[in-house]
Design a protein around this ligand. Structure first.
Ligand code: URP
Ligand code: ZN
Ligand code: ZN
Ligand code: ZN
Length: 463
């Protein structure tokens, strides 16, 4: 079965040009002007629109068991919502419980992901350390297509990695040709600040950002960068939310260290005034870590993306409904941390980034797809419109608009941090593995159609 995308402007990270795109099976087979349609091909009219690589969200949590509950979106509903938003690949996380064998957790997550409608691949979290973990990291890299390991520096008494684990795991990752990644927040400081606030009777969602100020994030970012520097490993810092962490990345890069930073669509668009809202459900709906920050930090994050010190945009899609959030009605530390966004990331970043002139369309492709593909070693299979690449494509209507609402979204959870925002520039068609899976508001996601994407280890570049 062939699909021909006709009459659009192809936008890659390096350039934009007028061309048709022909897909056969799950691959792009030709990119050029005036391509003939094979008999029976599905024709997508891209006139007046951009034709871009499908979005890659490098940070999602579908079906995640977390803080005593499980996220609303599973791998089917979450990836389907992603397809509606122009994302064709997610990188999710296997998060073993401390003491749980890595391979057991990995296979558990692979089982849950079988129902995915879009392509997926996994970072694996290192939540504890032993000789077996050291061994299993090797098996994951050599046999299971894993090339990135995640370290939560927060969530004390749960999944937090201490410095011994960070050092041993970073060193092992380097040996294996994998990249370490961190959630940078000092978990001990968060814990102590939480206890202080509870003792003072400050128990509502407003306390959440007070327990996680920018300095708490910056300390961990600086520590992870220092460890990576000593061990000579690359480093990817997830959900950079504040100027201080960005400054640490900028300094490290200027000194020649290979450090990458990820910004979340939520952190770029939503500010911390949401925690002052008198309605518990609204404020708790925004509880995620790191928290939303002030406008000053948002401005810095945009500058980081523009200046090349932040490289990817993600969502940390992790949906909990109001009943789940209500577990923390009398104690903010019990509100499950997480917010959605996989359906909206591309549109809000286009609207706020491209429409305002902060990003060119090619820069948009870089931060929504190409850089993630390169950093996590699936380029040029993903992240570019070119013959031989996967036929993962979003046709982008720059004149189309939509008002975002939990009432009309495909994602579960009944809440949306971008609620009420009208965006100009929306996906009109998403093609995943060569098939039209979303067209003008109609979702044609197929449960189980997504594939696990193996990510090869990095090899030395010298011949
Ligand atoms: O609040 C968040 N971000 N929840 C998901 C887990 C994580 O820290 O990424
Ligand atoms: Zn995190
Ligand atoms: Zn996360
Ligand atoms: Zn519910």
């Amino acid at each position: 079965m062939a699909t021909l995308i006709r009459g659009g402007t192809v936008v890659n990270a390096d350039r934009a040009f007028r061309a048709d795109v022909l897909c056969e099976g799950d691959k792009i087979v030709a990119v050029g002007p005036g391509l003939a349609a094979p008999a029976g091909a599905e024709i997508v009219d891209a006139g007046g629109q951009y034709v871009m690589p499908g979005g890659i969200d490098p940070h999602t949590h579908m079906n995640l068991p977390f803080m005593g509950t499980v996220t609303q979106d599973d791998f089917f509903t979450g990836t389907a919502a992603g397809l509606a938003g122009g994302n064709t690949t997610i990188i999710d996380f296997v998060i073993p419980n401390p003491q749980q064998p890595l391979l057991e957790a990995y296979h558990q997550w692979r089982g849950w992901a079988e129902k995915a409608a879009g392509d997926y691949t996994f970072h694996v979290a290192i939540t504890w350390w032993s000789e077996q973990v050291h061994e299993d990291m090797g098996t994951l890299v050599r046999k299971h297509g894993v090339n990135s390991f995640k370290h939560f520096m927060a969530y004390k008494n749960a999944i937090m990695a201490d410095d011994e684990t960070l050092v041993k795991s970073f060193r092992r990752a380097l040996e294996l040709g994998a990249i370490p990644t961190v959630h940078a927040e000092n978990g001990e400081l968060v814990y102590q600040l939480q206890q202080d606030l509870l003792r003072q009777g400050i128990t509502g969602p407003r306390a959440h950002p007070l327990s996680r100020p920018p300095a708490v994030e910056a300390e961990a970012a600086n520590r992870a960068i220092a460890i990576a520097n000593v061990l000579k490993t690359p480093l990817y810092i997830v959900h950079v939310s504040c100027k201080e962490s960005l400054d640490a990345i900028t300094r490290a890069r200027a000194a020649g260290q290979r450090v990458y930073g990820e910004a979340l669509a939520g952190h770029l668009i939503v500010d911390d005034s949401v925690y002052d809202h008198p309605d518990f459900d609204f404020a708790a709906g925004h509880v995620m870590s790191p928290p939303f920050r002030s406008r000053e930090h948002q401005k810095a994050l945009w500058q980081g993306l523009q200046g090349g010190n932040l490289h990817t945009t993600a969502t940390d899609h992790c949906t909990f409904c109001a009943e789940q959030k209500a577990a923390g009605r009398n104690d903010f530390t019990k509100i499950p941390n997480g917010c959605g966004g996989v359906e909206d990331r591309m549109a809000v970043i286009w609207d706020e980034g491209v429409n305002s002139g902060k990003l060119t369309p090619s820069e948009f492709v870089r931060v929504t797809s190409a850089n993630a593909a390169q950093i996590f070693n699936i380029y040029p299979r993903k992240g570019v419109i070119a013959a031989g690449s996967d036929a993962d494509i979003v046709v982008w209507d720059p004149a189309g608009s939509r008002t975002i609402s939990a009432k009309t979204q495909f994602a579960k959870g009944g809440f949306n941090v971008f609620e009420g925002r009208t965006v100009k520039g929306i996906p009109s068609t998403t093609v995943a593995a060569g098939k039209v899976v979303f067209h003008r508001g109609e979702l044609r996601a197929v449960e189980g159609a997504g594939r696990h994407i193996d990510r090869p280890a990095f090899v030395p570049t010298a011949p």
